[in-house]
Write a protein that binds this ligand. Structure first.
Ligand code: NAD
Length: 297
């Protein structure tokens, strides 16, 4: 594929730094977000062209990257109420690259429907958070046909470091949801462990040092405990509502596969309760605050 014009819909916490890395790699971007403040964050580049609607992005782009909250929003955007979504306005042979954390069943269906219309769909969700979106070192898990994935590899390499093609359409989104379920389980376990350690009189900083030097080490102990949890800042840039959505997606996927999911059930229940009881818009690292302050049930 010669240098394609990229459309980018969804320029939030993740979409903006990802777009910045595409601009650094000299791609031309037609961008849109419902929040007009997003425009200013990228207007430093002459290669960034703000569009007045998602439809305008569709009309002018070869590859359309979606970095949106969830599948409901994506399906509405693609197909609209009465076939008036952006698919009706896009160029022939458009490549849709859904980098959001979407539902694998919806993505499988989108992949099949878009293929029947002569377009391509690739799911390429990301992991690594805002920090790795900023420095272009995201992990990207990809679902789609091999030839299509190969064609968009230079685009993915502008945003990520580890790119793994895991299967056909929807497989990337399945692995992403499962990854976040594993990550959320780790954060919940670490929160409960640190609160119990503190109740015994152990300094939680020291307990976490031990975890990091031992087999309890995970992404939470390594990256989140000191920076966002014990510091009390709770500002990692990943909302608890998005984490709950991902665990819910993973649980739905496990149920669909008819494989065991006892722990996934408990994990989802705990994260859902925390989301309801914490302040609106809370960061996912505030799970620690929830565990620390909630009465024992
Ligand atoms: P965000 O809420 O910061 O950004 C989403 C953006 O989409 C917002 O700016 C919003 O205005 C825009 N938007 C919503 N509906 C729209 C529509 N119909 N048309 C145009 N714009 C619309 O969320 P985020 O943290 O950037 O996450 C985006 C996706 O990436 C989610 O699926 C999330 O689960 C996933 N993700 C987030 C992180 C993280 O650390 N924040 C990490 C990995 C994956």
């Amino acid at each position: 594929m010669s240098q394609p014009t990229i459309g980018m819909i969804g320029l939030g916490m993740m979409g903006t730094p990802m777009a910045n890395n595409l601009l650094k790699a000299n791609y031309i971007i037609n961008g849109f977000d419902l929040n007009p403040d997003a425009k200013e964050k990228l207007s430093h580049s002459a290669n960034f062209h703000w569009q007045s609607s998602a439809k305008e992005v569709a009309l002018s782009s070869d590859v359309i990257i979606l970095m949106l909250p969830d599948s409901k929003i994506i399906d509405q955007l693609l197909w609209g109420q009465q076939q008036d979504g952006i698919v009706a306005h896009c160029k022939p042979n458009t490549v849709f690259l859904d980098m959001s954390s979407s539902n694998p069943s919806n993505s499988k269906s989108n992949s099949e429907k878009l293929k029947s219309l002569g377009h391509e769909f690739i799911d390429a969700p990301v992991s690594g958070g805002v920090k790795r979106a900023l420095d272009g070192s995201l992990a990207i898990m990809v679902g789609g046909e091999s030839i299509s994935v190969e064609n968009i590899m230079p685009i993915l390499k502008s945003m990520g470091k580890t790119i793994i093609h895991v299967g056909s359409g929807g497989a990337g989104h399945a692995v992403k949801a499962l990854n976040n379920y594993v990550s959320a389980s780790g954060l919940l376990a670490v929160s409960e462990a640190l609160v119990a350690a503190e109740a015994f009189g152990i300094d939680p900083h020291l307990a976490n040092q031990v975890f990091n030097a031992s087999t309890g080490k995970n992404n939470t102990t390594d990256v989140k405990v000191e920076n966002f949890m014990l510091s009390g800042t709770f500002n990692s840039g990943f909302a608890i509502a998005l984490m709950r959505k991902d665990i819910q997606t993973a649980k739905g996927f496990i149920d669909d596969m008819k494989t065991p999911g006892v722990f996934a059930n408990s994990c989802l229940e705990r994260w859902s309760t925390a989301e309801q009881r914490l302040e609106k818009g809370a960061d996912h690292t505030a799970m620690f605050k929830f565990v620390k302050t909630q009465p024992k049930e």
